[in-house]
Design a protein around this ligand. Structure first.
Ligand SMILES: Cc1cc2nc3c(=O)[nH]c(=O)nc-3n(C[C@H](O)[C@H](O)[C@H](O)COP(=O)(O)OP(=O)(O)OC[C@H]3O[C@@H](n4cnc5c(N)ncnc54)[C@H](O)[C@@H]3O)c2cc1C
Length: 367
């Protein structure tokens, strides 16, 4: 079976690309290794910009995807000495269940969706992509003219297209996040994500309250040892916000790709594009849904505009993405103003509260 476009990964980037291409008349195959609805280690805070992209390109976000409390206000950055800086969205966003949101996006994607179907291998030539797939029923090979790799932080598409780049820039910046859910109590205003540096000071743990549970997203290295980081986060939150946990359970672990934080992105090559976290798109606070939607949309439009011409879509895509990438890189240079979708001016306004060590920590971690 030959398709016009193969899309790997049915997250926000893959679903928006699939929807726009299908609407434009392309024959699209959207492949997802998990069964949908699939869980994703994610706080599910949608910025106003992410909501706009979904509602412009899909339909209104259905009420059953929305969590309690519904308003997502932004993030609070907590320095080592307990000082807290509010980094609000420009207006309240929405708190959603990622499993339900992504199931809605996949449902509305308009292409042929195969879930429970892992891409094992990709071969890419000019205007020919061959994918080897594994499903419960066995293995199969599919072909397409174009590829859009939207397969997240540990992207097979990036590894296949640019193995050298993957080894040099992506692999050293791959981390793991383990999500622990628990009942209990904490002196914390729901609607905000708390960001706390991990022990090594090169990444952040997150915590938030959602649907009556306390969620702790613990960032750790690739070795899978999340317990040490978890224990130190819990000790910090007990002391700072009176955290009391009951019956915690590990909800899942996923890869996180921080290569974009070092200014390294990869948009693919020729007739094979990358979008979303596979590209390295994640803002310094770890928000990536808006960037996934935006890059997935631009990838689809670049492909639509180049089809029928003898040029590859990568030419259109790289020039159209330049503005977005420059904005990402430029924003990391400054300390106040909007960084990603969050307003960071409180970091400047309250700079008297940022000790020299904390300031060094912040700069080291983000900029
Ligand atoms: C703890 C945590 C909290 C976060 N909180 C937020 C937040 O509140 N707000 C926000 O905006 N961002 C948040 N993010 C970031 C956000 O989750 C990602 O940036 C976003 O999901 C990226 O979307 P994507 O479409 O690029 O990839 P993903 O959503 O990761 O989707 C990729 C898909 O590809 C599939 N896949 C992978 N490999 C294969 C394969 N070989 N074959 C087939 N399918 C494959 C995966 O199963 C997955 O479904 C958070 C991240 C973490 C780790």
């Amino acid at each position: 079976m030959h398709y016009d476009v193969l899309i790997t990964g049915a997250g926000p980037a893959g679903c928006i690309a699939c929807r726009l291409l299908s609407e434009a008349g392309f024959k699209v195959l959207l492949l997802e290794k998990e069964k949908i609805p699939r869980d994703k280690c994610c706080a599910g805070f949608l910025s106003p910009q992410a909501i706009e992209l979904i509602e412009e390109n899909f339909t209104t976000i259905p009420p059953e995807t929305i969590s309690h409390p519904r308003d997502a206000l932004g993030a609070k950055l907590i320095a080592g000495n307990g000082s807290t800086f509010q980094l609000p969205f420009s207006r309240p966003g929405l708190s959603v269940s990622r499993a339900r949101l992504d199931a809605f996006l996949a449902d509305e994607s308009g292409g042929e969706l195969r879930d429970g179907c892992r891409v094992l291998d990709l071969e890419v030539e000019r205007f020919l992509v061959r994918g080897e797939l594994k499903t419960e029923a066995g293995s199969e090979t599919v072909e397409a003219t174009y590829l859009i790799g939207c397969d997240g932080g540990e992207s097979l598409a990036l590894q296949s297209l640019r193995p050298e780049f993957f080894r040099t820039y992506a692999a050293p910046h791959l981390g793991r996040v383990s999500l622990v859910l628990a009942e209990g109590s904490i002196e914390w205003e729901p609607g905000w994500i708390g960001l706390v540096f991990n022990k090594r000071g090169r990444g952040m743990h997150r915590f938030y309250i959602k649907d009556g549970l306390i969620a702790l997203a613990v960032m750790h290295g690739n070795s899978g040892t999340w317990r040490g980081e978890f224990d130190s986060l819990v000790a910090f939150l007990e002391e700072t916000f009176g955290l009391k946990l009951e019956g915690e359970s590990l909800a899942g672990t996923s890869a996180i790709n921080l290569m974009g934080a070092t200014g390294k992105f990869n948009l693919g090559a020729g007739s094979a594009l990358l979008a979303g976290e596979a590209t390295g798109l994640l803002d310094p606070w770890g928000f990536g849904i808006r960037l996934a939607l935006e890059s997935g949309r631009i990838a689809a439009q670049s492909l639509i505009d180049s089809a029928g011409q003898s040029i590859t879509p990568h030419l259109h895509y790289s020039s159209r993405m330049q503005g977005l990438l420059n904005r990402e890189i430029e924003q990391k240079r400054k300390f106040g103003g909007m960084i990603g979708d969050l307003d960071t001016s409180s970091l400047v306004r309250d700079s008297s509260r940022v000790g020299r060590r904390n300031r060094r920590e912040l700069k080291h971690a983000f900029f």
